[in-house]
Ligand binder design. Structure first.
Ligand SMILES: *[C@@H]1O[C@H](CO)[C@@H](O)[C@H](O)[C@H]1NC(C)=O
Ligand SMILES: *[C@@H]1O[C@H](CO)[C@@H](O)[C@H](O)[C@H]1NC(C)=O
Length: 385
């Protein structure tokens, strides 16, 4: 009986596998590896590994990592990021940082199940673009272009790169947030950041087109989150804001959220434009709406297990109306950590808690926040039979 079932199962698997192989997409819509680009919302350790011993980022110190990994890993959170929840959802290991030698080389006869090129502080456009405008990246000179170069180097070490990419899910971001974050923290106005948003989105778009040329078949492209709800900006713009600048439903800054929606609208349009240039049966470009996936919990924190009182306050910080102080950030000595990070959305004022990242990831997989909807089939393995 069991043998008969096994034979039928093998038959069905072979059928659907050849059908999927015919159109070049990953078999069963499942993935054997995850490749990630982006910034601190996705970095699983690259900045930490790139930094000299005497200049480690805050995420090298406790209480970073305290909820899940129980040690600092370089992730700017108390635990897992969206990319970690994506890996778990597909039954794959956490996506290791590219820097530091764990990258792509054959391990135990198989190809890497994932590699992460995301770097904390990275912008989409090259840092020279911002230097010319008088803005400085205080964190890193790595941009999306650098990450693409690393990716090409990585790909050249894979024996059957095209086949490998067919079975990979490539997560392009979140990226672009820092193209606005660094200038905003250095005095840029709405008009200034708006003036270069089209260039930021064009750059993301041309990177996606280059990835397609290299053989990538499935991409998830995240939007930027509602930055007007971040303690860092609520603190920075508190003095210059009047009651009319705040959304009465959430307490977030309207103009910054409006800007995030503007960037996201451009991004969505660019993805649609690219989708029209290619064969949709062969390539999936999936828009991941981090903005609205996060907006849910700002609108109804209690419904999502978060505290209404703490929703705009950082869990880890050194006081002030939003528990954020730029001269005493999480990971430095005056800052303290809240007792229950799982009831906060913001971890350190600029980045989300694991609880918030989990809600965003759930919104992508179970909610309506991917377009088209992302499929989440676990790759069948021999043990499955
Ligand atoms: C970025 O900085 C690193 C370390 O300071 C340096 O080695 C590298 O050449 C820089 N890259 C660019 C593109 O300037
Ligand atoms: C921010 O932290 C610095 C350094 O600890 C401190 O001197 C300053 O008073 C703090 N500012 C506020 C508004 O709490």
């Amino acid at each position: 009986m069991a043998v008969a079932y096994a034979i039928i199962l093998i038959f069905l698997l072979a059928q659907s596998s050849s059908a999927a192989a015919a159109n070049g997409k990953s078999e069963f819509g499942c993935y054997e590896s995850i490749i990630s680009f982006g910034d601190s919302l996705a970095d699983t350790g690259n900045l930490l590994l790139l930094s000299p011993a005497d200049n480690k980022p805050a995420a090298a110190r406790p209480p970073y990592g305290r909820t899940f990994f129980h040690r600092p890993t370089g992730r700017f959170s108390d635990g897992r990021l969206v990319i970690d929840f994506i890996a778990q959802r597909f039954g794959l290991p956490f996506v290791p940082p590219y820097i530091g030698g764990q990258n792509g080389e054959l391990r135990g006869g198989g190809v890497s199940k994932g590699v992460n090129f995301a770097v904390v502080g990275a912008t989409a456009l090259g840092y020279e673009f911002y230097e010319k405008l008088g803005f400085h990246n205080p964190v890193t000179n790595v941009s999306l272009g650098t990450q693409l170069d690393w990716f090409k180097r990585f790909l050249s070490t894979i024996p059957d790169g095209k086949k490998y990419l067919e079975r990979s899910l490539v997560v392009v971001g979140e990226i672009g947030g820092n193209d606005y974050n660094h200038p905003l923290s250095q005095g840029a106005t709405y008009d200034v950041i708006q003036s270069f948003a089209p260039a930021v989105v064009d750059y993301i778009g041309s990177t996606i087109q280059e990835l397609i040329k290299l053989g990538v078949k499935t991409m998830l492209v995240p939007a930027i989150p509602p930055i007007g709800c971040l303690p860092v900006y609520l603190t920075q713009f508190k003095k210059s804001s009047t009651i009319r600048d705040y959304d009465p439903k959430t307490g977030c800054l309207n103009w910054l959220n409006e800007f995030a929606r503007y960037h996201n609208k451009l991004l969505k349009k660019e993805l649609n434009r690219i989708q029209e240039l290619i064969n949709p049966d062969q390539i999936d470009i999936i828009y991941a709406d981090y903005y609205n996936a996060a907006m849910r919990f700002y609108l109804s924190p209690n419904e999502y297990g978060l505290s209404k009182k703490g929703i705009l306050r950082a869990c880890c910080g050194a006081g002030g109306p939003y528990n954020y102080n730029a001269s005493a950030e999480c990971g430095s000595s005056p800052a303290t950590c809240c007792d229950d990070p799982s009831s906060f959305a913001s971890w350190d004022g600029l980045h989300f808690t694991e609880a918030a990242y989990r809600l965003i990831a759930q919104g992508l997989f179970d909610g309506p926040y991917t377009t088209p909807r992302v499929k989440t089939t676990i790759c069948p393995s021999i043990s499955f039979l």
